[in-house]
Design a protein around this ligand. Structure first.
Ligand SMILES: [Fe+2]
Length: 299
């Protein structure tokens, strides 16, 4: 389960039967107040992993040593099983865009990120886990496919991978490429965790909104991915219009229905419902004022 503030009271009162929690690093690393206190209590009873949105591993700005030191303190304090972030950049020259921005995937970028992943792992004293982001554009300078880029990065640094199946579906739809071919090329032996999430269909493009249940096509892709990984920890991301705890838990438990059985390509390409435009996540719930002023409109 993703740990969300609106569920704190329920968790502390009921100590529900949940396998583990994923906490958004930035929500807790600067907090000495109640969120930090709650997380420490939860970490005494459940395994906790940390998932960040601000490491900016792909930026050309120097790594933020203060951020990494605070992240390590938090990870040590809650005995985080692993620490993850995204293959992206989030800002430059001291400016945080509060979004997960795409990278040109080529050899120059690979060399740059390999060196930075080594640096981060030395500071954190644990392997970093990197996630495939959802993307809306590509670069003319990209000449390495994302699965191959992630494979090379993992081989050269020893980092692990977080496979976000919804991001695969969103990025491939937006790029007009085949999500099954993407998965066929993915280095599954490096995957330590998977993400599922809901997105919004805006007709010409999908937006990774994390504000609803998982769609049929993503569940079907998950079936393929889960079997290829041999079964790794799965987390449902739900960050906007967060439902009551039990509804969110019931949705993640649906994953068990899709772990076995043959992959149904027909279900993957089933008709989707076009929805209204929305803002992207996962950071909008952190800073709604900023994201609302950058609202994306449907084409
Ligand atoms: Fe994700």
């Amino acid at each position: 389960m993703g740990l969300r503030n609106c569920h704190f009271n329920h968790i502390l009162a009921e100590w529900p039967a949940v396998d583990w929690f994923e906490a958004i690093s930035e929500n807790f690393m600067d907090s000495g107040g109640r969120p930090g206190h709650v997380l420490r209590q939860i970490a005494e009873r459940y395994p906790v992993v940390l998932h960040g949105v601000s490491m900016s591993i792909g930026s050309t700005a120097p790594l933020d040593r203060g951020y990494l030191d605070r992240l390590k303190r938090l990870a040590d304090g809650v005995r985080a099983v692993w620490v993850s972030d995204h293959l992206c950049w989030t800002g430059i020259a001291g400016i945080n865009s509060h979004d997960l921005l795409p990278l040109p995937l080529n050899d120059e970028t690979l060399r740059h990120i390999v060196q930075r992943v080594h640096e981060v792992q030395d500071i954190l004293e644990r392997p970093l886990i990197l996630e495939n982001p959802s993307t809306y554009i590509g670069f003319r300078d990209s000449n390495i496919a994302e699965p191959d880029f992630l494979r090379a990065l993992a081989d050269e640094t020893g980092c692990g991978l977080l496979l976000d199946v919804n991001n695969v579906y969103v990025s491939c739809f937006n790029a007009g490429t085949d999500p099954v071919a993407y998965l066929e090329a993915f280095p599954f032996d490096r995957v330590v965790q998977m993400h599922l999430a809901g997105h919004q269909h805006c007709g010409t493009h999908l937006i990774d909104t994390h504000d609803g249940p998982v769609c049929d096509s993503v569940w079907e892709l998950y079936r393929l991915a889960w079997q290829r990984t041999g079964g790794v920890s799965t987390l449902l991301e739900w960050d906007g219009d967060v439902p009551p705890f039990q509804q969110m838990h019931d949705e993640v438990l649906r994953a068990r229905e899709f772990m076995q059985g043959a992959f149904d390509h027909g279900r993957l390409i089933g008709k989707a419902t076009v929805q209204t435009a929305s803002i992207s996540t996962p950071v909008d719930f952190l800073i709604p004022g900023v994201m609302q002023s950058n609202r994306l409109e449907a084409a």
